[in-house]
Write a protein that binds this ligand. Structure first.
Ligand SMILES: [Zn+2]
Length: 295
């Protein structure tokens, strides 16, 4: 497993396409081989050194098949480099920077970044389960009347931050919602908050009250964010980052940026393994379907 955040060490470890394929090969079949077609668990060498062929049905599987590296438009070596930059750099990298640094056109770098953001989506395995502070924010413009009907081009985002060990900030998640109502909060709460163990704290907005039947909810005044200093800090960081890189984009793409921000944020204390974790996601996620996620 590659560990570290140094680009020099990274470049030494991955010099060729084969270096990348070897790494993927070790990861993909680390728990042993199983044929996708017939389920048999023994294989021979396949078409290349980076294929395995089933001993029974002869199904040949490449190291990138059924992963997000399938039919990649850029060489693996560049994809590895880009995922490294996008995961270990505190602020990630813009598509313009990526295309300059890796000599690929803007469209390819944009598509690859979209794919990476998809891989960065929460697995849903780590629910927030302590004190969880929740609020909504508007992104893409000055924050006024966030719960009103006129949000214009801005997107309403719900954000949840857990407090661990006293008052330290733990994990956090955020997602675009249509409006600040119980119906819109509910899927977000169910996806990210442990209903049996979490104590949710919100400001005094009535939109959270319908969730009281499922979640333990306590309300207290926000006082312009002062009542929720940890949450407020995370929001300031998120907004600062978005202002730096964010261009006008649709709701679906805004969620991509939120996924990217919180993937890094939730691993800020485990940076040396963050790239490996991201590659693991690329391997275990299904190939990214650009058509289904219509551009
Ligand atoms: Zn088979």
């Amino acid at each position: 497993m590659f560990q570290g955040i140094s680009i020099v060490t990274f470049n030494k470890s991955f010099k060729t396409e084969d270096d990348c394929k070897q790494y993927l090969f070790a990861m993909k079949w680390k728990d042993g081989y199983k044929c996708r077609r017939c389920g048999f668990t023994a294989s021979n060498k396949g078409k290349t050194s980076y294929h395995l062929r089933c001993k029974v049905c002869a199904y040949d599987e490449s190291v990138t098949a059924h992963t997000m590296f399938h039919k990649l438009k850029v060489p693996l070596l560049k994809a590895f480099g880009m995922t490294f930059r996008l995961s270990v750099r505190k602020k990630g990298m813009s598509t313009v920077e990526l295309s300059k640094e890796y000599s690929i056109n803007q469209k390819s770098s944009w598509l690859f970044k979209r794919k990476t953001q998809e891989a960065m989506k929460s697995s849903g395995e780590h629910l927030l389960d302590t004190k969880v502070e929740v609020d909504e924010i508007l992104i893409g413009g000055p924050e006024k009347n966030k719960r009103g009907r006129n949000k214009g081009d801005k997107k309403l985002v719900v954000i949840a931050v857990e407090k661990v060990k006293g008052d330290k900030i733990g994990r956090a998640y955020a997602e675009v919602i249509q409006q600040a109502s119980g119906d819109c909060f509910k899927p977000f709460f169910e996806r990210y908050i442990d209903k049996d163990n979490a104590q949710v704290i919100t400001d005094c907005w009535k939109g959270y009250l319908p969730l009281e039947s499922e979640f333990e909810i306590r309300q207290k005044p926000s006082n312009g964010g002062k009542g929720f200093p940890g949450l407020h800090l995370v929001i300031m960081n998120l907004k600062g980052w978005l202002r730096g890189i964010h261009h006008h984009c649709s709701e679906k793409f805004t969620n991509g940026y939120l996924n990217e921000f919180f993937f890094r944020f939730n691993r800020r204390n485990f940076l040396t393994s963050i790239w490996h974790k991201l590659i693991e996601r690329f391997i275990t996620s299904q190939p990214y379907n650009y058509k289904a996620n219509a551009l």
